[in-house]
Design a protein. Sequence first.
Length: 129
Amino acid sequence: MVPIIRNGETFPSGVLHGSTARDIARLTDAGLTAVIVPPEAHADWLDELAELVVTRRLVIARTTLPAASLDDFAHWSHTALADTAKTVSGPLLDDMTGIVEQVMATADVGRVMVRVFTEAPTRRQTRTA
C-alpha cells in the first residue's frame, strides 16, 4: 500500500501508531485505516486476554455490526463475552466501549460500523479483491 502523507506526517499502510487517546480522532483523516494506541500502563488483564486468544479459549468469529448504536454494541459485546472470566471481560468491555464512544464522539454520530474478531497470531494475509 502506498504511504499516506498528511500535514507532513507519513502513515505507511494507512496505519498511525499513536501515543494518546486523542490519536483515535485521527481516524477521520482520509486514507487512514487504523490508529493503534497502546495503553499508558500495561494491565495484567491484557496478558490473560492474550493467553485466552492464543489458546483459542476466547474466540470471536469475524463479526461486522454495520450500524451499531452504543446500546447495540453493549448488547452484542456482553453476549459475545458471556463465557469469559470477569477479570478479562470487564476491562475488555470497558476498553472496547471506550473506543466506540470515542469514535462516535469524534464523528458526532450515534451509530458506527464495528468490526470485531479474535485470532491467534498468524502469517495469513488478507486478500483484497
